[in-house]
Design a protein around this ligand. Structure first.
Ligand code: PLP
Ligand code: COI
Length: 341
């Protein structure tokens, strides 16, 4: 199959319209059979639940071309499960998890010419999303829903690839205790836009959000979890009920322990402890591992010993092992790699 004539190496993290996408509608209490369609535009009621009360959620995962030229996805069962969990919290009907996986295969197969080649530095980003498409006017869950899944080839999430990032501790909150921080609701992202804009205007790549209750504990960024490396090479990550359970972070903690034989710990991490760490990174599907160079706090700047030029050694090993597993150069744990074509 002939690939599209795209300069894969210069792709950023942006939308390119691809051949076709998957759509299924939920009406009268059940999902229809679903189908691939060419039309990328969506037509819905002006009073749709998504437009009036932000009843929408999404997922994000990637397809990779392995060293052998196969096209695979990484732990998509966990995205399917997380979307079901999110849907329940937003009073939306879950899209059946086995159908999510089938839709994923269909979307990737229909767009194989857009899957970036091995070694290009780019991947195919897949965006499943679910929203209230039926009309509401009183505050209530919508009577009808739409599930869609499209894909787009992408490069690195942050400009400059894997150069260490400058972060700032945000004065805004991302997620309230007992709120929606642990699910992938669109509303979490809408309300992070202002804080993100303030950070960008002040020259920072991203915000570090603290817990909303005490403003003392590290939570996550707008689109990625954190992991840190202590001076004695322990890999640690914040434990919190108000952050998204990142699939990348869960995978990296496993890789740290089982492949790199490092000690790992998921626990509360006070901001006051961060200056004692040797490395830090953002982890997520889009971010992969993006190293942290420095963090501006209200008490001055924390500069990581790994510096502003390159990733620290432990983050680099984690990055190389995870991407090796995804690209087929390192053997994957059972069930992590889903072959598509
Ligand atoms: N945290 C937030 C708020 C996110 O949007 C994402 C991206 O999906 C992540 C963390 C990372 O999650 P994952 O590794 O499952 O992509
Ligand atoms: C992802 O990593 O898939 C995300 O959803 C993060 C961001 C693009 C919202």
């Amino acid at each position: 199959m002939e690939k599209r004539n795209i300069d894969w190496g210069s792709l950023g993290f942006s939308y390119t319209k691809t051949n076709s996408r998957y759509v299924s509608y939920y009406q009268n209490g059940k999902w229809d059979d679903g189908a691939m369609v060419e039309k990328a535009e969506v037509t819905i009621s002006e009073s749709a639940g998504v437009l009036q009360y932000a009843q929408t959620c999404f997922e994000g995962l990637k397809a990779y071309t392995t060293i052998d030229g196969n096209v695979v996805t990484f732990r998509p069962d966990l995205n399917a499960k997380r979307m079901s969990d999110t849907a329940k919290r937003l009073l939306m009907p879950s899209f059946p998890e086995e159908r999510f996986l089938d839709a994923l295969d269909q979307v990737v197969k229909a767009n194989l010419d857009f899957v970036p080649p091995y070694g290009s530095g780019a991947t195919l980003y897949i965006r499943p999303f679910l929203f209230g498409s039926g009309p509401v006017i009183g505050v209530a869950p919508a009577p009808e829903y739409t599930f869609r899944m499209f894909c787009t080839p992408v490069g690195p999430y942050f400009k400059g690839g894997v150069k260490p990032l400058k972060l700032v501790v945000s004065e805004y909150d991302r997620a309230a205790p007992n709120g929606t921080g642990h699910i992938k609701a669109g509303l979490n992202y809408a309300m992070s836009l202002y804080a993100g804009d303030v950070a960008h205007k002040n020259g920072f790549a991203e915000n570090m959000f603290l817990d909303a209750a005490t403003h003392t504990l590290v939570e996550e960024t707008g689109g990625a979890n954190f992991l840190f490396v202590t001076k004695d090479n322990k890999v640690i990550t914040p434990k919190s009920s108000t952050i998204l359970p990142s699939i990348t972070r869960r995978s990296l903690m496993y890789v740290a322990k089982e492949y790199l034989h490092l000690e790992t710990e998921e626990r509360e991490i006070p901001l006051s402890e961060v200056s004692s760490f040797s490395e830090g990174g953002l982890c997520g599907t889009a971010a992969v591992i993006s190293p942290i160079g420095s963090i501006q706090t209200s008490n001055g700047v924390i500069s990581f010993p790994s510096g502003m030029e390159k990733m620290g050694p432990v983050c680099q090993k984690l990055y190389d092992t995870l991407t090796g597993i995804q690209m087929g150069t390192i053997e994957a744990p059972q069930g992590w790699i889903h072959s598509i074509a």
